[in-house]
Design a binder for this molecule. Structure first.
Ligand SMILES: [Zn+2]
Length: 387
């Protein structure tokens, strides 16, 4: 076989990994077919990925035919040992897991602690927790981070709900725990990456997270849309007329101050004089929708509808606290978003409630950033145990 230039080899490798990210299992012939490569070209890359521990080959019995089944080689992202550490730096909780390259079916976290209010105490708690994970030298550590995050510079520019992270050198802190490259992933972008490929043929959607804050992420053609600025789809900081609440971003009247968990609790307590938890908010909407909640859901729908209209996308995926509200509230919100989207005059607009797939999204980012750019034909020879 003639020598293949390194850049082409990496592009081919990326194409194969992209396909593996979208399938639970596949085989050599299928991978060569969908990527348009020759069997030997694809085969060589797959061999290197298998030798490197990125991909594994499993023998499946062909079909259910009694007695005549013959083993068939299937390929998938490796499941056998943890290679990455994924970290959720949340406003309330920090969670950690050591995971293999295979994307998890269900969200799972191996260690968690309450996020402290300073960088020093966070590092202290993280050091205690890191020892509990079953990996000592991960290939990389991916950290989901709230706020406005400059992923390229690995810096948090603004974090309205976790201000200490703005001054902290997060990659340096994480390297005190593991000697590995560190990648920051803005938390809503991580959720959107986790959603890609979970539904067949859905490559375009607007994901909205309504939780501690309110954030958005746009996926077009199966890829995250990232604009020229280190922020995009920030619908939580849209000014809502008539709302005078001060926002952590420094603005006033942002959607987030109404629709976030805290915003909903505040509206409940302002309207009834009682209610201090999200469970109270849920109870308040069980039998009828209070007027303040209707107003807030209308504001959410206007912003999400504007996002759909502007991006030319007909599917919204809602995650976070909002999915825990009673059907009365979620049904109202879904209908209001559909109404606010102009495409509903022509055809269906889908609004789905989904679980958070943050660990999955961090692993997708890990494969994009730390597996695709590596030449595994060189790495495979010096394969060293990582655990
Ligand atoms: Zn704001």
């Amino acid at each position: 076989m003639p020598a293949i230039p390194a850049s082409l080899r990496l592009a081919n490798q990326a194409a194969i990994l992209e396909q593996l990210l979208r399938r639970k299992a596949t085989n050599r012939a299928e991978l060569a077919g969908v990527t348009g490569m020759s069997r030997p070209t694809a085969g060589k890359i797959i061999d290197d990925l298998v030798n490197g521990g990125v991909v594994e080959e499993i023998a499946l019995l062909d079909g259910q035919r009694l007695g005549v089944g013959r083993p068939r080689q299937q390929l998938r992202l490796a499941t056998d040992r943890p290679r990455f550490v994924v970290v959720e730096l949340g406003v309330q909780w920090t969670r950690l897991s050591a995971l293999p390259p295979a994307l998890p079916e269900h969200e799972q976290w191996q260690v968690e602690f309450k996020t402290p209010s300073s960088a020093d105490s966070w590092l202290e708690r993280a050091i205690q927790s890191a020892g509990k994970l079953s990996v000592k030298r991960p290939w990389a550590v991916l950290v989901s981070t709230p706020g406005v995050v400059d992923e390229r510079a690995s810096r948090v520019l603004l974090s309205p709900n976790l201000h200490w992270s703005e001054q902290a050198d997060l990659p340096w802190m994480v390297r005190q725990l593991w000697p590995a490259p560190v990648g920051l992933v803005q938390e809503v972008l991580a959720l959107a990456l986790g959603e890609i490929g979970t539904r067949l043929d859905v490559d375009d959607f607007f994901l909205v997270d309504i939780a501690d804050g309110v954030g958005g992420a746009l996926v077009l053609g199966g890829r995250l849309y990232q604009g020229p600025l280190p922020m995009s789809a920030e619908i939580g900081h849209t000014r809502i007329p008539g709302n005078e609440r001060v926002c952590g971003c420094g603005g006033r009247g942002c959607l987030e101050t109404l629709a976030s968990e805290r915003g909903l609790i505040r509206s409940l307590s302002e309207s009834t004089g009682q209610g201090t938890t999200f469970a109270d908010v849920i109870r308040a909407a069980e039998n009828e929708l209070p007027a303040w909640m209707r107003t807030t859901l209308d504001a959410v729908a206007s912003c999400v509808g504007a996002g759909l209209n502007m991006s030319g996308v007909r599917r919204a995926v809602l995650v976070g606290r909002v999915t825990e509200l009673p059907a009365l509230a979620t049904d109202y919100l879904i209908a209001a978003i559909q109404q606010a989207s102009m495409w509903s005059r022509f055809d269906a607009v889908a609004v789905a409630m989904a679980p958070k797939r943050r660990a999955r999204g961090l692993l997708v980012a890990a494969i994009h950033r730390f597996v695709m750019p590596v030449d595994w034909s060189a790495r495979a020879v010096s394969r060293s145990p990582s655990a």
